[in-house]
Structures are given as C-alpha cells and as structure tokens.
Write a protein that binds this ligand. Structure first.
Ligand code: SAM
Length: 300
C-alpha cells in the first residue's frame, strides 16, 4: 500500500512537535450497511445494536472524552467500528470488548482497511459484564453502550478496574440524566448515588436519534465522569454503602428510619439511632441524601 508522509512519520514515532494523529479514515453510512450485510448482521434489540452512521457524532464523542494520542482507551461494544475508528483517529490505542462474535472477529480487518496499525487495536470477544481483566490497563472509557445493560456495565467496570480514570459514554437520555442527577432532583436514584461513589458525573451533550441505524425509539445523551483521586473507602465500605443505598431507594417514599430498618439494626428505633449518629435526620428520604451522607451512615 501507498502510505502518506504523515502516516510514515507517525508510524516511525513522529517528528518533534508532531501531534501523533494517524491518517485513519472513518466509516460511512453505506459502508456500515455493506459491512453488516456482509456479516449477515441484522441489528438486534437484545444486544442493544444501534450503530452510529454519522462521522460528526463519533468525533463529537471522542472530543467530549478529550482523547489524546497517548491515551489507552477501552471501548465497550465497538460493533462495526464507527466509534472505534474515531478514537483511533486521534492516535490513541483501543482495547475493544464485543459480545457478538461476528463483530469482534471483523473489527481488526475493518481497522486495518482504514489505516490503523495493527498494534493500536486489541479486541476481546466477551460479555463486558463478565470481563475481569483488561490488558494494558486503559485509563479512559469511551463507548456507545448497549442500552439494556448500560448501568450494570458501567458499575462493573468502575468497580473492577481501578486504573480507569475518566470516560464519556453514550446512553439512553433517562439513564444519563439519572447518572448525573444531584440529590433532591426527581430522577436521583440508586444509580446516581452508586455512580457518585467513584467520582463526579456530568451531562456532556445530546445525540439525535437520526444518527443511528436502526433509529432507536429513545433519545440519547453523553455522560462523562472523572474518578476521584482518592477512593472513598475500601471494598467492604463500598458494599455496605451500596446495600444501604439499595434499601433506601427500594422504598423511596418512606422515611429513612423505616426504609433502612432492615439494614440498620432491625428496627425503626435502631435505624433512627444509627442515622442520628451519622448526623442524618431519620425523617428524610433517600433521595435527599448525597453519597457523602450514605458513606457516613455506612461507616457507622
Ligand atoms: N460502538 C458501535 C457504534 O457506536 O456504532 C456500536 C454500539 S451499539 C449501541 C452496542 C454494541 O454493544 C453492539 O455492538 C453490541 O453487540 C455490543 N454489546 C451488547 N451487549 C454487550 C455486552 N454485554 N458486552 C459487550 N458488548 C456488548
């Protein structure tokens, strides 16, 4: 193949001052459909398969994630590779986790055909919920998440991979708003508190339905997170905090002294005492507490 000068310089490690950007080309809408037909893929709801067919959108996600050439990125659900190529376009390396064997097997060929050097992309053919190791310890998560498992996958990755420092993911609008919700807001719930255990979350943009194939019947948003420099506590404290959070939101209309009686001493009186000791009014409801409040209760 004929490589451009930019490619040769970048492949050789770049010249001083060179940004490291590789001449990677992105997938177009017609190529995506051709690839899918070639693989005999009919997108399934079960696997949340809505593929992005718009180059501006994948670039917008990568920009929101502030991916730079030195980043090691993990992508969950690369699909046919639209977002993967946009990440690789920055010069970053990608570790992609894909559950659909046909998609996982094809991705390296697609990347090579679009100018990506082989050592920039690794693919794990697996269910992201089951993955327990990520070679190379990537520090950035970028994904257009499968909607049916977006929150469990996010929490699994944050819990299992402490080297993940930051990320931007595309999720269903309701889920993104919930993840980024502050205490007291209508959509604040257990996922908001659990996500906040790891660090702050923010809404990072909206995405039109029209950029997907097939067009989904929900709106999408981008959400970003940054892991706190210091963890809030050890694994035992995290588990205890999450148990209390689950109990508080299972009965979200009840006062905490009632909702938490089963996990704080077995009675409303014992729960009230524990809550007061943590400086939390027992007549409040879970939706009014911050992650700090929940952690104080869990510390006991
Ligand atoms: N990143 C691609 C894009 O933006 O066009 C595809 C995104 S699509 C919303 C979600 C992808 O996640 C699909 O490729 C699907 O096969 C994959 N997927 C679904 N469940 C998964 C799981 N549990 N683990 C890993 N990948 C999964």
């Amino acid at each position: 193949p004929r490589y451009s000068r930019r490619y040769r310089e970048a492949a050789a490690g770049g010249r001083p001052g060179y940004s490291g950007t590789m001449p990677v080309s992105l997938l177009g809408a017609s190529e995506i459909r051709r690839l899918a037909a070639d693989l005999d893929i009919t997108p399934t709801k079960k696997l949340g398969q809505n593929f992005v067919v718009d180059a501006n959108t994948v670039r917008k996600i990568v920009q929101a994630a502030k991916v730079v050439a030195s980043d090691r990125v993990v992508e969950i659900g690369p699909g046919l590779g639209s977002l993967t190529l946009a990440i690789l376009e920055t010069g970053a390396s990608v570790l992609a986790v894909e559950i659909d064997h046909r998609l996982a097997a094809r991705l390296p060929d697609t990347a090579a055909a679009h100018g990506v050097p082989a050592d920039r992309l690794s693919v794990i053919d697996a269910d992201a919920l089951q993955v327990r190791e990520l070679p190379g310890s990537p520090e950035v998560l970028v994904a257009n998440l499968p909607y049916n498992v977006s929150v469990p996958v996010l929490l699994h990755f944050l819990e299992t991979f402490p080297f993940l420092q930051r990320g931007v993911v595309m999720v269903q609008a309701e889920v993104g708003e919930r993840l980024a919700a502050p205490p007291g807001s209508k959509v604040y719930g257990a996922p908001s508190v659990k996500a906040a255990w790891y660090g702050p979350w923010r809404l990072a943009g909206t995405v039109s339905r029209q950029v997907f194939w097939p067009v989904p019947n929900v709106d999408s948003v981008l959400v970003g997170f940054e892991r706190d420099a210091e963890p809030r506590g050890d694994e035992e404290l995290r588990r205890r905090t999450f148990t209390i959070v689950d109990a508080a939101f299972q009965q979200r209309r009840k006062m905490l002294r009632q909702a938490l009686s089963s996990v704080l001493g077995g009675s409303a009186a014992a729960a009230s005492e524990a809550l007061e000791a943590a400086g939390v009014d027992p007549t409040l409801r879970g939706e009014q507490l911050s992650i700090d409040d929940f952690v104080r209760i869990a510390r006991g």
